[in-house]
Design a protein around this ligand. Sequence first.
Ligand SMILES: Cc1cc2nc3c(=O)[nH]c(=O)nc-3n(C[C@H](O)[C@H](O)[C@H](O)COP(=O)(O)O)c2cc1C
Length: 159
Amino acid sequence: MSVDQLEFRRVMGHFATGVTVVTSHDGAGKLGGLTANSVASVSLEPPLVLVCVDKKSDSYPLFGASQSFAINILANEQETLSRRFAKSGGDKFTGVAYRIGTTGCPILGDTIAFLDCNVRYTFEAGDHTIYVGEAVEIEVRSESDPLLYFRGGYRNLSA
Ligand SMILES: Cc1cc2nc3c(=O)[nH]c(=O)nc-3n(C[C@H](O)[C@H](O)[C@H](O)COP(=O)(O)O)c2cc1C
């Protein structure tokens, strides 16, 4: 039995997640990033995390070029930022507070936590590539509530 794509999306939409903006760069000054919820912790020793990136996204070439990415975990108040990074095109960083982290990736302001990573493993998986990165700089920055995603919509802990 083949699985319908829309139904696959709908079913996976019932898996509630946090929301991140995963940033990267091309090694020559070009910055990019995308909203992503396919983030998971992989290993403690060494500290590995993964993100699955659509090969069709504009940000995709940056991951290969710099072999690095930063996972910025969004706070409940950052839905607008999430929407901005969930659209292709334009300068996503205009008016956004950030600094450049250890790997050269942008670390966004006002997030609840971040992990700056060097790519250690890459796996081709259908129309996405799974990037497994080793965290080289990490920080919890605020005890704010997280931004959540469930059934195709943004949520918070109380609603
Ligand atoms: C809540 C949410 C989670 C998403 N998770 C992912 C993801 O894990 N991987 C991915 O490739 N795209 C994901 N996307 C879609 C990208 O954010 C979207 O395709 C974006 O336009 C890519 O930007 P770019 O083309 O500038 O790289 C997600 C979108 C939303 C709203």
